[in-house]
Design a protein around this ligand. Structure first.
Ligand code: F0G
Length: 353
């Protein structure tokens, strides 16, 4: 039974006697050992952390449950966030669960259909902004400073507190930290949260080592790699289409103190990883999620020796969120047949030989 991150990791979270221990069953997501890609890369110990298995299909639920519990504890009347889609889906779900209205600002025309459908279904008030994510986040920050509505983007410290529980789970399952953690980077909150989680567990004596943090931005939205904000970020991975990450500094800190890298991958590399993940591993992640595997493939090609290393790729969200892309980017394998046994036999038997 999913007891949720607030109960499971309450000793590591800002939980007081007055914090409601909410849960939609977030956390406790599978860490799946690679069956095909790992061995092909010479890495017998490659794992995928399936964050798409959270209640709203992304890792955002881990932090949202904490942010929402604290908002309730503090007597908030409503929450607000800007989002490329997943944060808004998560905020909308927990808002419905807690009966606390949610206002979500999303860049018009830039959010994957499944995520928009979620925010609508959960009943959030959706404000379509004629501008990108960075513009929407700026508006939300200014608005929530001026009005008594709780900001639930990852600049709210409770969000990252919840998200760090994913690092705890990796260690709980593996028995120690991995050598490398590959992760997509957008607003840079998640890489910050994982690093905090590993460090806290290390300090508590729950692991004996720390991973190298390997973060990946999309080439057209790679401000940290380029060292300057990107005014008009572009990438097929709409979740990480972000030009001025809020947690920029702490992501760089995670990179440097772990001895890792923050690098970029092209849309082609993201799509290649997206297809491989589904067709070789049976894992359907959304395109932004595939940036972690794309980064691993890129560094392997560049000579990173993975033999004897334990590697975790975080698959941050479900592929079901962006069905349009799946249908348009994967070579169609549908075959029309007449509704007869002979027709089905003819096609099938010619393909199994
Ligand atoms: N992967 C997915 C599926 C995401 O939705 C996001 C961010 C990231 C990776 C990057 O994580 O921002 O912590 O570096 N999505 C945010 C949103 C921006 O609004 O849903 P990050």
């Amino acid at each position: 039974m999913g007891i949720g991150v607030l109960r499971k990791y309450r000793d590591y979270l800002p939980v007081t006697e007055d914090t409601p221990l909410l849960s939609l069953g977030e956390g406790d997501t599978p860490l799946v050992r690679s069956n095909r890609l790992g061995p092909e890369l010479g890495c017998e110990d490659l794992y995928f952390k399936l964050e798409g298995c959270n209640p709203t299909g992304s890792f955002k639920d881990r932090g949202m449950v904490v942010a929402m519990a604290k908002a309730l504890e503090q007597g908030s009347v409503a929450v607000m966030c800007a989002s490329t889609g997943n944060t808004s889906a998560s905020a909308a779900a927990y808002s419905a669960y807690c009966n606390l209205p949610a206002f979500v600002l999303i860049p018009k025309g830039e959010v994957a259909l499944g995520k928009l459908a979620q925010a609508m279904a959960y009943g959030a008030r959706i404000l379509m902004v004629d501008g990108n994510f960075d513009v929407a986040l700026k508006l939300v920050r200014i608005f929530t400073e001026k009005h008594a509505i709780t900001l639930v983007n990852s600049v709210n410290p409770h969000r990252l507190e919840g998200q760090k529980t994913a690092a705890f789970e990796v260690v709980d399952v593996l028995g120690d930290a991995p050598d490398y953690l590959f992760i997509p980077v957008g607003n840079a909150g998640n890489i910050t949260a994982y690093w905090r989680g590993f460090r806290e567990y290390y300090q508590a004596g729950c692991c004996n080592a720390l991973p190298k943090m390997m973060g990946f931005q999309a080439e057209g939205a790679a401000p940290i790699v380029r060292g300057a904000p990107v005014a008009h970020p572009q990438t097929i991975a709409s979740a990480i289409r972000i030009g001025n990450p809020a947690s920029w500094k702490s992501a760089v800190e995670a990179r440097d103190s772990s001895g890792g890298v923050i690098d970029m991958v092209s849309d082609d590399e993201i799509l290649e990883a997206y297809r491989l993940l589904a067709s070789r591993e049976g894992i359907f992640g959304e395109p932004a999620s595939a940036a972690s595997l794309a980064g691993l493939l890129k560094h392997h090609r560049q000579g990173l020796d993975l033999r004897g290393k334990r590697v975790v790729c975080v698959i941050t969200g479900s592929g079901l969120k962006d069905p349009d892309l799946a249908v348009s980017s994967v070579a169609a394998h549908t075959i029309e047949v007449k509704p007869t046994l002979e027709a089905v036999e003819e096609v099938t038997l010619s393909l199994v030989s």
